[in-house]
Design a protein around this ligand. Structure first.
Ligand code: H79
Length: 420
């Protein structure tokens, strides 16, 4: 295979990106699934490293990991009902245990207690429920004998690169069309040259021409990946925030259930993602038997019901909006339509500052009921509204403001002291 230079490769990938990313930009919201041997211990997916568990001791977990068949169907059903459009599963986390039928190592789900290909089950479940399919793959590997010494031993490095490319090639070859390749932690090397990411990702794209690749093989690729924070990338870059469900652990951790996100938290994250035209990849850590932690189900379903009624403010191509320009909520925008997600209901009147374009109409998204308004040169005042927040499920009501053109929205230009 001819390997293109970085410049040639990137310009080729840039050219096809808008078309490749169309579904992703419209999907907005996906499920991350962290599942592996660490799920058995229930104390964070880093447990092997944090608790200094020897490789020999940790390996024994592979003889206990035996989830119920087709657990992934349960996740996919939940993702669908939660309004999520894609699902990204850990095929191999830092621990090195492979969840698929790999020829690169016997340390895999098929050759140990489980005896099944869990990646195949994930793929089947996604297809059954109409979700796009993502594979998480940790480059860092604590189990492979060369995973650390590759950094200073050229022969070890070559073996480790062959192993890595072999794994990635299998994942990109044996499961039909895959939509996302989500690399993680590029240790022990510090550059894309160290990993030969250019050659690896060109192989990936030759096998999966439509695929989206994240930025963690140390090439920019298709999107950036803020972790545990919902924060827009620099302009011109696509982004996806990945978030745990409890601020503590990606892997199953029952003791952290008390810190779960509420449905309001999730909508807040989703709102921030929408206002900056990014995506939200929200994690669940299934139990070792494959079941979904109870604490995740209710908030996800509640948000899913909300999205059924308010999805217009979320799905489809969005434009950047002037986020956080109100204490009462946040915005998203599609062209001339601005969606104000009101989470702190101010009562009968709601004022939005900084709109310089004449407003055509204001209405509630859920029932199209018109809202009376007055507009001055830089304020819109919505009038005769209900006294309390009409959304009884999550307490987030979306108001649609329609303008004749793309609205100008500059909040603080009326506050000269802020510009000095
Ligand atoms: O797979 C998830 C994390 O395990 C992985 N990326 C997401 C998607 C990740 N690997 N490394 N890091 C994130 C950053 C390092 C975090 C650490 Fe720690 C701080 C490792 C040890 C201290 C967090 C806190 C994990 C253990 C304690």
């Amino acid at each position: 295979m001819k390997i293109y230079s970085k410049k040639q490769y990137e310009s080729k990938v840039d050219r096809t990106r808008p078309q490749r990313m169309k579904w992703w930009n419209e999907a907005r919201y996906g499920m991350f699934v962290h599942w592996g041997l660490y799920s058995l211990l229930g104390r964070n997916e880093w447990v092997q490293a944090i608790e200094c568990i020897s490789k020999k001791e940790y390996e024994k977990l592979a003889m206990q990991f035996c989830p119920k068949p087709h657990s992934a169907r349960e996740w996919a059903r939940l993702a669908k009902n939660a309004g999520m459009k894609y699902m990204v599963m850990t095929t191999k986390h830092h621990e090195g245990f492979c969840l698929w039928n790999t020829e690169q190592t016997n340390y895999n789900a098929v050759k140990t207690a489980c005896g099944r290909d869990l990646v195949a089950e994930h793929v089947d479940a996604c297809r059954e429920f109409g979700l796009k399919i993502g594979f998480y793959y940790s480059l860092m590997d604590w189990h492979h004998p060369d995973g650390a010494r590759a950094a200073h031993d050229p022969a070890a490095r070559q073996r480790f690169l062959d192993f890595t490319k072999g794994c990635v090639r299998e994942l990109m070859t044996n499961y039909g069309k895959i939509d996302i390749l989500w690399y993680d932690v590029a240790r022990p090397f510090h550059s894309h040259e160290g990993w030969e990411s250019l050659a690896m990702n060109q192989m990936v794209r030759s096998l999966q021409p439509h695929i989206l690749i994240n930025n963690r093989s140390l090439l920019n690729e298709d999107f950036t990946t803020p972790e545990e924070r919902v924060e827009a990338a620099e302009s011109g870059r696509e982004w996806e925030a990945c978030m745990t469900f409890n601020n503590v652990s990606w892997g199953y951790m029952p003791s952290a259930a008390c810190d779960r996100h509420s449905s309001r938290d999730i909508l807040n994250m989703l709102n921030t993602a929408c206002s900056g035209t990014g995506n939200l990849l929200l994690n669940i850590g299934p139990a070792p038997d494959g079941s979904i932690p109870q604490e995740a189900i209710e908030p996800l379903i509640t948000v899913g019901k909300w999205l059924k009624k308010n999805g217009e403010a979320v799905y489809g191509k969005l434009d950047k909006s002037n986020g956080k320009a109100s204490a009462c909520g946040n915005f998203s925008r599609k062209g001339k339509k601005v969606y104000f997600w009101c989470r702190y209901w101010p009562g009968k009147e709601l004022t939005l500052g900084g709109f310089k374009t004449l407003l055509k109409s204001a209405r509630f998204l859920i029932n199209n009921r018109k809202i009376e308004f007055e507009q001055t040169k830089n304020r819109i005042i919505l009038k005769n509204m209900p006294l309390r927040n009409p959304d009884k499920s999550v307490g987030v009501t979306v108001i649609v403001l329609e303008f004749p053109t793309t609205p100008r929205h500059d909040v603080f230009d009326n506050t000269p002291a802020l510009h000095i």
